[in-house]
Design a protein around this ligand. Structure first.
Ligand SMILES: [Zn+2]
Length: 217
């Protein structure tokens, strides 16, 4: 199977689509966040550095992140395809990723852009409620996902709360950063003829159908 990369704005359902692919096609879901968290547990110089950097809320140096990504992708479970998540986030990183692929003798595979209306994202984010007890996620703006009683968890009866970043201002800030940083990445992959677009304004199942059509092409 070819490698897969998703590009999508916040709350577009990228993580869910990646999970569905992992389950159905048994290919690893490689997230840079996970790579860093795993390394941070290791008793090594780089592990120590990453641990301290993450703990202090700073960003891990790019060169180190690139090296760790390359090492992770070089493991045997990635040889038959993988889904890369959370990387690249900037054009500079996309160019760096091209180098990593070249070093490993891999191809970028298929890059799937989840296209979705800003208004839908807004509703998803501002309606999101999380159970403080069991972490179940609901959405008061989505009849299929709304809790029986607003502010009470259907699963455990715990209290639901709104995460600090799940408000309109924070969303708009993240969304404009996304547009600004992502436009050049989209063009980068368009130029390589590897970019595919799915309509994200649909249910999870409908989006997944489109994704499967693309990967089975
Ligand atoms: Zn709960």
């Amino acid at each position: 199977m070819e490698n897969i990369m998703f590009i999508a704005p916040p709350a577009a359902g990228k993580g869910t689509q990646a999970e569905l692919l992992t389950e159905k096609y048994h290919i690893p879901h490689i997230s840079t966040g996970d790579i860093l968290r795993d390394i941070a547990k290791e008793d090594s110089e780089v592990g120590q550095y990453v641990f301290e950097t993450l703990a202090s809320g700073n960003l891990v140096k790019d060169e180190i992140t690139y090296k760790l990504i390359q090492e992770r992708l070089n493991k045997s479970d990635c040889k038959n395809g993988y889904i890369i998540d959370g990387f690249p986030r900037t054009l500079e990183q996309a160019i760096e990723y091209d180098k990593i692929l070249k070093n490993l003798n891999y191809k970028v595979g298929k890059v799937i852009l989840i296209d979705i209306d800003e208004k839908i994202l807004e509703k998803r984010i501002t309606g999101r409620r999380v159970c403080e007890n069991c972490n179940s996620i609901f959405n008061i703006n989505d009849p299929e996902n709304s809790p029986e009683i607003e502010s009470v968890c259907d699963n455990c009866g715990g209290k639901l709360y709104q995460r600090k970043d799940d408000n309109l201002e924070a969303f708009q800030r993240r969304y404009s950063t996304y547009l600004e940083k992502t436009k050049p990445i989209i063009d980068h992959y368009k130029n390589q003829n590897v970019l595919y677009t799915v309509d994200g304004n649909n249910s999870v199942e409908k989006v997944f159908e489109q994704v499967e059509k693309i990967i089975n092409k």
